[in-house]
Write a new protein. Structure first.
Length: 343
C-alpha cells in the first residue's frame, strides 16, 4: 500500500562526524510555574566534605559546577530522586525582620532532607510529610534572609535550568554492568528516562539506580556511546557519539550544547533566523500539503500539515549530499521515505 509523500518546506541537516546533540519536545511547558508556599532552613558546612555526595549522587558539588546554589528537599518534594537536577527560585516572604527585600535565589535540587518522625511535622520535623521544605547551604540562605531567621516561610517556583556547556556523563561499573551519572542538564533539569546506544546496538533503555545514576547490563565496550535523556517536561536531548570507542570506566564526557529543533510556530522562519543543527545523524523538517498532482508514492505513513518528522541516516538511506535532497526545500526520494528509521 502506498501513501502520497508530502514535499518538505524546511529541511535541515549537517555533515559533521563529531559528537553532537539535538533537542526534541513533545510538550510546550511554561518556563516558570506559579509561586507556592514552603519553608526553608539552612546548614553550615563545618567540613568541606559536606559539599560532597548527597542523595542525587552528584559527588563534589563544587567541581560538578553546582557550587553552593544547591538545596535538599523534603520527602514530599524529592519524588524518590526523580527531582534531582531540577531548578527552583526561592524568595523570603512574610517576615520584614529577617527577609532581605527584593531578593531571590536560584538553586538546584541535589540532596534529600529525610523525615524525622521523632518530632511532629509542625514541631521540629521540618521535612516530615506533608511539609514542603528546603534545606539550603547558609551561603545561599543568607542571600534572601538573615541567618537568625532559622525556619523561614518562603515562596518557591520551578524554573528552567540554565547550564554552561552540555550534559555530562560519568561512566562507571564493571564488565557488562554500566552505571552512568548524568549532570548539568539544562531545561527541566530532572530526568525521567534515559537510553544508551552503542555503534552496534539500537537504543537500549536504562533504569534509575538512585538519584541521577542510571544503569544497564550490556556489552558496550569498544563502541562509541550515544545517549537520549528525557526530562519531566517531555523534552528529549540526544547526544551522539559522546564517549569515543576507547572509553573506560571512571571517565566523564561532556556533550556539545544541544540543538533545538524548530517548533511548529517557528517553521515559517528563514534559516538565517534559526540555529543550525550540528547533528550528523538526524534530519528535521516540517511539511505541508503538496500542490495538487505533485505527490510522490512511498511506504511511509501519511503526514499531516505542520507535522515534524525525524529521520536517521543509515546505510539504506541515500546520502543527503546527493541531488535528491538539498539544503533548502525539496522532496524526499521514495527510497529515503520508505526507510524503517522513520517514526
Amino acid at each position: 500500500m502506498t501513501f502520497p509523500l508530502i514535499p518538505i518546506l524546511t529541511l535541515l541537516f549537517t555533515l559533521s562526524s563529531t559528537a553532537t546533540s539535538h533537542y526534541s519536545s513533545s510538550s510546550s511547558s511554561s518556563s516558570f510555574s506559579e509561586w507556592r508556599s514552603a519553608r526553608a532552613t539552612y546548614y553550615a558546612a563545618a567540613d568541606p566534605r559536606d559539599a560532597v555526595g548527597g542523595a542525587c549522587g552528584y559527588g563534589d558539588l563544587v567541581k560538578g559546577g553546582y557550587g553552593m546554589a544547591t538545596v535538599g528537599l523534603s520527602e514530599v518534594m524529592f519524588e524518590r530522586g526523580q527531582i534531582c537536577g531540577a531548578c527552583f527560585e526561592l524568595r523570603c516572604v512574610d517576615d520584614l525582620r529577617w527577609c532581605i527585600p527584593g531578593t531571590s535565589i536560584i538553586v538546584t535540587a541535589t540532596n534529600f532532607c529525610a523525615p524525622n518522625y521523632g518530632f511532629p511535622s509542625d514541631g521540629g520535623g521540618h521535612c516530615n510529610p506533608p511539609n514542603k521544605h528546603f534545606v539550603l547551604p547558609i551561603e545561599a540562605f543568607e542571600k534572601i534572609a538573615i541567618w537568625k531567621a532559622a525556619n523561614m516561610p518562603v515562596q518557591y517556583r520551578r524554573i528552567k535550568c540554565r547550564k554552561e556547556g552540555g550534559i555530562r556523563f560519568t561512566i562507571d561499573g564493571s564488565n557488562i554492568f554500566i552505571s552512568v551519572l548524568i549532570r548539568n542538564v539544562a531545561g527541566a533539569g530532572d530526568i525521567v528516562a534515559v537510553k544508551i546506544k552503542g555503534s552496534r546496538t539500537g537504543w537500549l533503555p536504562m533504569g534509575r539506580n538512585w538519584g541521577q545514576n542510571w544503569h544497564i547490563n550490556a556489552d558496550l565496550k569498544n563502541q562509541p556511546l550515544s545517549f537520549e535523556v528525557t526530562g519531566s517536561d517531555g523534552v528529549t536531548l540526544a547526544s551522539y557519539n559522546v564517549a569515543p570507542k576507547n572509553w573506560n570506566f571512571g571517565q566523564t564526557f561532556e556533550a556539545p550544547p544541544p540543538y533545538e529543533a524548530p517548533s511548529p510556530w517557528e517553521s515559517h522562519l528563514p534559516h538565517s533566523s534559526r540555529s543550525q543543527s550540528p547533528s550528523p545523524s538526524l534530519i528535521f523538517f516540517s511539511v505541508s500539503s503538496p500542490p495538487k498532482g505533485e505527490g510522490r508514492s512511498c511506504r511511509a505513513p501519511p503526514l499531516a500539515k505542520g507535522d515534524h518528522v525525524k529521520l536517521h541516516r543509515h546505510r539504506e538511506v541515500p546520502d543527503p549530499r546527493s541531488s535528491e535532497i538539498s539544503s533548502g526545500s525539496g522532496e524526499i526520494s521514495p527510497d529515503l521515505a520508505s526507510s524503517s528509521r522513520i517514526w
